[in-house]
Design a protein around this ligand. Sequence first.
Ligand code: ADP
Length: 152
Amino acid sequence: MKRAIFPGSFDPITLGHYDIIKRGIKLFDEVVVAIGVNADKKYMFSLEERKAFIEKSFEHEPKVKVVTYKGLTIDFCKEIDAQFILRGLRNPADFEFEKAIAHTNRKLSNIETVFLLTAASTSYISSSIVRDVIRNDGDYTKLVPDSVRVNP
Ligand code: ADP
């Protein structure tokens, strides 16, 4: 069973994440969307909300699981027997950052990181820009899956 984890904060999930997950399930038997819990980070959405948004987006897709985890991503991969880490690349800055993490993970484990280039139509989207749009009452619905809705 080829299992990949797609780790991130997903605060909130965007159409960019959605595209990577959709394409990931064509490559792997299972894609585990893993929301990392970082006690020092301030989030706009609670862990439960972030998890529910992703679950709702993929409620008809049995190959997608959503979990939360603490600690090193590679330790969590070993725990759930995931052989791959899936990541999306939007631009050169993502590449430089991801390269260092992927090399480190390879040094510490035999888990492979698989990168997908983001779809051109969603490559400019980031969770931080979505949060800014939400904070300023903009139409964020064009940037996120239908499951992401903010209570007024
Ligand atoms: P992190 O806190 O790890 O940056 P994110 O939730 O922002 O978590 O991103 C998780 C993964 O999704 C990363 O691999 C990131 O490159 C990818 N990603 C983020 N935005 C997009 C996008 N618009 N298109 C494709 N992939 C994206």
